[in-house]
Design a protein around this ligand. Structure first.
Ligand SMILES: NC(=O)c1ccc[n+]([C@@H]2O[C@H](COP(=O)([O-])OP(=O)(O)OC[C@H]3O[C@@H](n4cnc5c(N)ncnc54)[C@H](OP(=O)(O)O)[C@@H]3O)[C@@H](O)[C@H]2O)c1
Length: 295
């Protein structure tokens, strides 16, 4: 009888997720990574001041994570216009510090998130990773500065995933807002002249994990396939939910906001599709999953 083969020991990869306990994306990352067998630790404001470099250095060294996922950001796009320094602290200084600390420790891959709002543009072909960004808002400017800091400091051991128009469980988002409004009114006004790439947080978390497992580096556009304007996204949400509430399309001019938003910020996902072996699924399919499944 042949001897049983010794079981091969595979190390469990360790992840540290900034924003993992409360963030829209952070919560999806924790769920997906744990489901793929990662050992996952979250780090957020209740653990300490993330912008205190000494604290952050201690926590990163202590966690000895193989991959650090940074899902912390200043995401209040309009408020950023009035609080540019606070937005810069979270969107640029924090990722810069994370990259510097990981570089000095000499271990750990960084996955950082950015936004379609680094572009400002009129309708054209979807934006590719190599296209020149031109943010139109403080939020977009600070996010661009953050991605440049990360990629400048860790060109071979960090990736920046630009994403957009997130919906998913665990925190307020556009889809939830539309559903809430539909329960209180027969009509809802939604902007029709901004077009982007609606994206499901659990899909983004799966792509993040897949890229992290390959230790992918560089800039990636990570959104669901297809595009929509906000009114179309609202109408699809209400149709899938079986609501009778009507969407009234309005122009951005009728819905003034403090921060300027790109009219066309659809992201090209060819690079992501090539890495995954198939294009990311279309956003309406992902939206159906979100609305019909429990977290
Ligand atoms: N949401 C979108 O549609 C969208 C679109 C494009 C790109 N992105 C990018 O995707 C990433 C994730 O976004 P998200 O929508 O998941 O963000 P989110 O739901 O707003 O979560 C932000 C996270 O950052 C934390 N945070 C904020 N200020 C903090 C502070 N001073 N100290 C410590 N933690 C703080 C929040 O903690 P608390 O819960 O304690 O506040 C929360 O965990 C970000 O990089 C964002 O720029 C998002």
């Amino acid at each position: 009888m042949s001897k049983p083969r010794a079981r091969q020991k595979t190390a469990t990869p360790k992840a540290l997720v900034l924003g993992g306990a409360t963030g829209l994306l952070g919560q999806a990352l924790v769920k997906v990574l744990a489901g793929r067998g990662w050992q996952v630790e979250s780090l957020g404001r209740t653990d300490g001041n993330l912008t205190d470099i000494a604290f952050l250095t201690r926590r990163l060294a202590r966690s000895a994570a193989d991959v650090v996922f940074n899902a912390v950001a200043w995401t209040r796009v309009d408020d950023a216009e009035e609080h540019p320094e606070q937005a810069r602290l979270l969107n640029c200084t924090l990722p810069d510090a994370l990259a510097r600390i990981l570089k000095s420790i000499g271990q750990g891959h960084l996955v950082h998130y950015s936004t379609d709002f680094v572009f400002s543009g009129q309708e054209r072909a979807p934006w590719r990773e190599e296209d020149t960004p031109k943010p139109a808002s403080v939020y977009g400017e600070t996010k661009l500065a953050g991605e440049q800091a990360v990629l400048g400091l860790l060109p071979g051991s960090a990736c920046v995933l630009r994403t957009a128009w997130l919906f998913g469980p665990g925190r307020k988002n556009f889809v939830e807002t539309i559903l809430a409004k539909s329960r209180a009114a027969d009509t809802v006004q939604v902007v029709f002249d901004q077009t982007g790439s609606p994206t499901y947080t659990l899909d983004l978390a799966r792509w993040s994990a897949a890229l992290a497992e390959k230790r992918a580096a560089g800039l990636w556009h990570t959104v669901n396939s297809g595009h929509a304007n906000w009114a179309e996204l609202a109408a699809e949400t209400l149709a899938l939910a079986g609501s009778r509430c009507q969407v009234i399309p309005v122009s951005s001019g009728q819905w003034p906001q403090k921060a300027r938003r790109p009219a066309w910020s659809v992201l090209d996902v060819t690079k992501l599709g090539n890495s995954l072996g198939q294009p990311p699924r279309p956003w309406p399919q992902a939206l159906r999953d979100y609305l019909y499944s429990s977290f």
